[in-house]
Design a protein around this ligand. Structure first.
Ligand SMILES: [Zn+2]
Length: 372
């Protein structure tokens, strides 16, 4: 199986805008497994990296049958160079704090429903700097979030300054890339890597001798769908808040969204109580929130009633609950009072025929990556 960002093999280290087109972004990815063993291995989806341009001469020598293949250098491009500098620079921890009324934070919270719940109002930091990437001037935005559990995540978004931009126009990409990076990092730190699609990116594919460029074809990641995320922005797209919430959920869950559609529920293994599984169900009509069925050591034992905030679309509630049980299980459970705990089948008589199998989080992550 190909390793991919979607399958949790990589972290998004930097989203960097192309100077030639404001809509084209390159993703610099950090290989997670290699990082755990202390190696910083970065990749990029630009042509230079894909063709390993820095070693092109050495490759041509090999192809020409000359044995002196020449000196090979580590594979890289100007974008991985920039990310390397960024990742090697300490001091990100002490970031100036901003509140929700900052456009970057507003956009991020609008686009990523779970972050509204799990990053407190004073939990956001922003730092901006001018940097140069291969003689090209860039405006770097670092967005940092500290969750209710104290988990911290930082996203890096670099804008090519040759494109005219304002604070407001930069907010949407910061929200898309930053929100994705932070949500993915929170999940990874909780031991359950985010399986969803990252936001819009562009891939460059070789086509004969020439090069064609096209947008990534993954469903749920088109610009329009990304921009349609959130329920506070009217883009004239004709989508209702419920439809936008569904787009976010699909984007976030990735392959698991199809599983949810198919079986009507998703299981989450508890990170706090070995043997416990939460079964999150959905109303087929998407009108009501369903109670969470709790399994202990494989047996269905009780229901938890966790109600949604007023006027929140059902898909937003499902996503917030899903993310909450992954990233901040303690807090979710703390709001469940005695009056919210019910016996089995308290809101439906469906019998449970699919076994609820608890897996330690690291094992769960590996299994999800393998099945994706
Ligand atoms: Zn690159």
């Amino acid at each position: 199986m190909a390793r991919s960002l979607r399958n949790g093999d990589f972290d998004l280290a930097l989203a960097i805008q192309s100077p030639s087109s404001p809509d084209r972004w390159y993703r610099v990815l950090l290989d997670r497994a290699r990082a755990l063993s202390g190696e910083m291995v970065l990749s990029c989806d630009c042509m230079g990296w894909r063709q390993d341009a820095r070693n092109a001469a050495a490759r041509r020598a090999v192809a020409a049958g000359r044995n002196d293949a020449g000196l090979r250098v580590p594979r890289g491009c100007k974008h991985t160079d920039a990310a390397q500098v960024l990742l090697s620079t300490p001091g990100v921890a002490a970031m100036p704090r901003y509140r929700n009324d900052h456009p970057y934070i507003g956009a991020t919270r609008t686009r990523w429903a779970p972050l509204r719940e799990f990053v407190p109002e004073d939990g956001w930091g922003i730092q901006e700097a001018r940097i140069t990437v291969s003689d090209e001037p860039y405006h770097l935005v670092l967005l940092q979030a500290t969750g209710t559990t104290g988990t911290t995540a930082t996203a890096a978004i670099a804008f090519a300054t040759c494109h005219p931009a304002t604070l407001g126009s930069r907010a949407a990409p910061v929200g898309d890339w930053g929100g994705y990076t932070i949500a993915a990092s929170f999940c990874r730190q909780a031991g359950v890597p985010l399986a969803g699609e990252p936001p819009l990116h562009f891939v460059e594919e070789l086509s004969g001798r020439g090069t064609t460029r096209r947008a990534a074809p993954h469903p749920g990641s088109t610009t329009r769908e990304i921009l349609a995320i959130g329920d506070q922005r009217d883009l004239g797209d004709g989508l209702t808040p419920a439809q936008r919430a569904e787009n976010t959920l699909r984007l976030f869950l990735g392959p698991q969204h199809a599983l949810l559609e198919h079986q009507g529920f998703l299981d989450i293994s508890s990170g706090l109580y070995p043997g416990r599984v939460y079964r999150l169900r959905r109303d087929p009509q998407r009108r009501y929130e369903r109670r969470v069925r709790v399994f202990e050591q494989g047996s269905y034992v009780r229901d938890l009633c966790i109600v949604r905030a007023q006027s929140v679309p059902e898909a937003d509630h499902f996503l917030t609950l899903f993310f909450g049980l992954v990233a901040d299980e303690q807090r979710i459970l703390s709001v469940v009072q005695r009056g919210n705990i019910f016996g089995t089948q308290s809101d439906g008589h469906e019998r449970e025929t699919v076994p609820a199998v608890w897996r330690p989080r690291a094992v769960q992550a590996a299994a999800e990556a393998a099945s994706a």
